[in-house]
Design a binder for this molecule. Structure first.
Ligand SMILES: NC(=O)c1ccc[n+]([C@@H]2O[C@H](COP(=O)([O-])OP(=O)(O)OC[C@H]3O[C@@H](n4cnc5c(N)ncnc54)[C@H](O)[C@@H]3O)[C@@H](O)[C@H]2O)c1
Length: 415
């Protein structure tokens, strides 16, 4: 089976790895020459794959390319390109459109085309399908198959990968669902069939909106629990003992990454554009989660003030600037707005992160501390990377603001 994967990033590359391991003939197509050259030389640019994994893929016949001529005769084409937000907060489908055009030029009678990029319900049918049909002169559901399958990759997750995470698949016709499901049966243990592409698209947005809303719930509670003198983390621990009907979510300095802060917007965009009313839960969650970096900075100022120290001129050390622990990805990390606000208020900033060698905020280099225990008036724990000796950090810090609720001690203040 010839498989072409368009877009070799956090999503496309692990899929290419699993497909190559399954014995499929995999070609990766990307527009970035540097990415392609690096991969063909055995270098990984994503957190979850090591250079040794790329070497193993190359040994199994995987090749990366920027050239369509290297992708002839595809049985399956999977589109894994980015879907960022546009200036107006709607989805920016430029890369999806370009990749659909490419897929349309490559596909032949019998090819299965699958979109994995996260987007609003209707994209596969309304945006991708016409582009494929126009470029190929063929008809979806008759000459070729077309489906959506949401990506569920969780960077840094050592337990769940492509193979053991159930894969939802929805085609534009039932036969398209079956064609896509038969491809995924090679790379995943469990395939879940959706009624159509729209339900599969919605399933992904439901998953991420659910997280977004529940994180906002505990973030809002964290703010008033602080004022009420209630330890929310302890309340969550107690609530978690209920064996049914409760799932724990934890407050933090804000939401980051490529999914949680972005994907629910696709849904609210679609609801507003098509139905002219707001998706209020998403908009409220957005507002609360977006306010968290500012709240962290206000609390930092309050902690310093309680020790007769103004934020202006205070040495503040940020620990962990990536969007989640144990990975290097900084996309949409709340560390950036926090740093920006601290700098605006006159703090003398430094950072430490085992995964980030250089860090810039608005083009300004932030000095990197030698160690997480470096001297500072206030240390703010933003990301509790596994390699951090947290009790050691708590013991050494003059004042520690723990936005993850993991530490305790005389000099420790929790979010
Ligand atoms: N990263 C995650 O954890 C994650 C999880 C679930 C879903 N997703 C979704 O998956 C999609 C891809 O995300 P990602 O994190 O892999 O992005 P990424 O930025 O890591 O990788 C995308 C790759 O696509 C390439 N590309 C862009 N336009 C192209 C084109 N026209 N033709 C060929 N290649 C092109 C880029 O050069 C890049 O290498 C997005 O829709 C995202 O929302 C991501």
């Amino acid at each position: 089976m010839n498989v072409v994967i368009i877009g070799l990033g956090y999503v496309g590359l692990p899929l290419a790895q699993e497909a190559a391991r399954a014995g499929l003939n995999v070609t990766g197509l990307d527009v970035r020459q540097a990415t392609v050259d690096g991969l063909n030389r055995g270098r990984s640019h994503v957190d979850d794959l090591a250079d040794a994994d790329i070497a193993a893929m190359l040994a199994l016949g995987f090749r990366a390319t920027t050239d369509l001529a290297d992708c002839q005769d595809p049985d399956v084409i999977v589109i894994c390109v980015p879907t960022p937000l546009s200036e107006s907060d709607g989805p920016d489908l430029t890369a999806v459109r370009a990749a659909a055009q490419t897929a349309g030029n490559l596909l032949k009678q019998g090819t299965t085309v699958i979109l994995e990029s996260t987007t609003y319900p209707g994209t596969t049918d309304e945006v991708v399908r016409p582009l494929l049909e126009k470029a190929s002169g063929l008809t979806a559901g008759i000459d070729f198959s077309l489906a959506f399958s949401p990506e569920r990759i969780d960077p840094g997750n050592a337990v769940y990968g492509i193979r053991n995470t159930p894969k939802v698949v929805g085609g534009v016709t039932p036969a398209c669902t079956e064609a896509a499901a038969s491809f995924y049966a090679h790379v995943c243990d469990t395939v879940v069939r959706a009624k159509s592409a729209r339900e599969a698209e919605m399933a992904k947005l439901l998953e991420n909106t659910y997280r977004h809303v529940n994180i906002a719930l505990v973030n809002e509670m964290a703010i008033f629990c602080h004022e009420l003198g209630v330890d929310l983390w302890d309340a969550i621990r107690c609530a978690s003992s209920k064996p049914f009907g409760f799932q724990a979510f934890y407050p933090g300095p804000g939401v980051g990454g490529h999914c949680i802060p972005i994907d629910p917007n696709y849904l609210s965009y679609k609801v507003r554009a098509e139905l002219s009313y707001p998706f209020r839960f998403v908009e409220l969650a957005q507002e609360i989660n977006n306010r968290m970096p500012g709240y962290v900075v206000d609390r930092a100022a309050e902690i310093l003030n309680n020790h007769a120290k103004p934020l202006n001129g205070a040495r503040v050390l940020l620990l962990g600037v990536t969007y989640k622990k144990d990975i290097a990805d900084q996309r949409e990390s709340p560390a950036r707005p926090i740093a920006r606000k601290l700098l605006q208020r006159g703090a003398v900033l430094s950072y430490h992160d085992p995964h980030v060698a250089h860090w810039q905020v608005d083009g300004r280099d932030i000095p990197r501390a030698q160690a997480p225990t470096a001297e500072a008036d206030l240390t703010i724990l933003l990301q509790a990377h596994t390699s951090y000796d947290l009790p050691g950090i708590a013991a050494r810090a003059r004042l520690l603001f723990d936005t993850r609720g993991m530490l305790s001690g005389d000099s420790v203040y929790r979010l």
